[in-house]
Design a protein around this ligand. Structure first.
Ligand SMILES: Cc1ncc(COP(=O)(O)O)c(C=O)c1O
Length: 399
């Protein structure tokens, strides 16, 4: 179809004009084009647990095929509330506080649309998961950024400057997004860091929107602390989570928010008009997934520790400086040793000549200059996939 007529009006939304296409999903297309090993997008290439696939099949066979309750099947909401009590000691009312959405992606945008007005500001730590910027803009808010600084040594931690964080808060600040364990850095926010954020939220009357989708993927004895569990945060925290990462089902599109009842009420309205509801049979499978024994979570974390420790030596051998992740399933690297102009040129070379797809670091920063010497690899892959990537990456040394 031709698209060349001269329209009298500007037919596209100004908001969308600020967006670039998702770099991560573009890298997946490049990986297919070049038959490269895809260490770009964060989806597992191994099977999901048999029990939960069976629960999904059973639900379809039992004709759970029509709309679920808009804010989520009761079974799943009850399981979500139970898990919050078990892992974080936080009491949640599944009838008033939980909204099941189409992935945590929809949970985030529904939350921002429910709480933001024009001229509000949303504070985001950067580097950040690329959806947060466009999400803020779609909700009418202005994103403000606070830097996470890379560690000086391989085993060090990403940190932020307390004064810089304070300076990002003012009377226009509506919310701060905290993603812990963090994509792309692998940072797990400590209790004292969360307390510092909590104190600012209370002082400036700001909401905390926490993306905790990697809560069970933790290494080196690190513990995940939910912001909502901190004294003073119950009334001002919206916790976002989902099935994608914990149960290796990124394509199922089941996520949720847990919020104080009045905010949950607003989120439910937005969610209803945006999507009506998440897939009904997969919500039933979600209830089964959230009832897996605690050993499941220990095995999940151990599996990822094994993968992390398989990929990082191969990257280091090939010449990357790796920042050791404490959680989530990505490793951020410094590519200075390769002498490329920037991360885009480097990742293009990597995908087309070496046969490995990774994500250019600049896609995680507002000012793309900041990430030009960084590249992110995902290690949510089978050993064979990681080993194939390692063999290909070894060619970098030679070239
Ligand atoms: C930090 C973070 N939040 C949310 C998502 C998307 O989650 P979902 O599949 O539940 O929409 C991702 C996916 O990579 C992520 O890294």
């Amino acid at each position: 179809m031709s698209d060349v007529i001269a329209h009298k009006k500007h037919l596209l939304s100004d908001k969308v004009e600020h967006f670039t296409e998702s770099v991560i999903r573009e890298m997946t297309r490049q990986a297919l084009l070049h038959d490269a090993v895809n260490l770009a997008q964060g989806f597992p290439d191994f099977p999901a647990p048999a029990e939960i696939k069976k629960a999904a099949q059973d639900a379809i066979a039992a004709d759970v095929n029509q709309y679920a309750i808009t804010w989520g099947a009761k079974n799943l909401r009850t399981a979500i509330a139970r898990q919050m009590q078990t892992w974080q000691g936080v009491a949640v009312d599944p009838e008033k506080q939980v909204t099941v959405c189409c992935g945590s992606t929809e949970a985030m945008i529904s939350t921002l649309l429910a709480v933001c007005n024009a001229a509000d500001e949303v504070v985001i730590f950067e580097p950040y998961y690329e959806n947060y910027g466009p999400d803020s803009i779609l909700s009418g808010a202005r994103p403000g950024f606070v830097k996470l600084r890379p560690p000086d040594s391989a085993k060090g931690e990403w940190t932020f400057d307390e004064r810089e964080l304070r300076a990002a808060f003012d009377r226009h600040t509506k919310a701060i997004i905290v993603n812990t364990p963090n994509n792309p850095t692998g940072k797990v926010f400590t209790r004292s860091e969360l307390e510092l954020i909590r104190d600012l939220c209370v002082e400036f009357d700001v909401l905390a929107i926490t993306d905790e989708i990697y809560e069970h993927i933790l290494y080196d004895g690190t513990k995940h602390i939910s912001m909502v569990a901190l004294p003073g945060m119950e009334e001002r925290t919206i916790t976002i989570n989902g099935m994608s990462k914990t149960y290796s089902v990124t394509g199922w599109r089941v996520g949720w928010t847990i919020a104080p009842p009045s905010i949950a009420d607003a989120i439910r309205k937005v969610h209803d008009f945006l999507t009506v509801g998440a897939p009904a049979p997969l919500q039933e499978a979600g209830a089964a997934a959230l009832s897996l024994p605690t050993q499941y979570y220990a095995a999940l974390a151990e599996g990822y520790r094994h993968r992390r420790d398989r990929l990082i030596p191969a990257l280091e051998e090939a010449g990357f400086q790796c920042f050791q992740p404490r959680g989530a399933y990505y490793v951020m690297t410094d590519i200075r040793a390769f002498g490329f102009r920037d991360d885009i040129a480097f990742t293009k070379y990597l995908v087309s000549e070496i046969g490995v797809a990774a994500v250019p670091g600049s896609s995680f920063y507002r000012d793309r200059k900041d990430g030009t010497q960084q590249v992110r690899f995902a290690f949510c892959k089978r050993d064979e996939t990681l080993d194939q990537a390692a063999r290909r990456l070894a060619k970098l040394r030679k070239s």
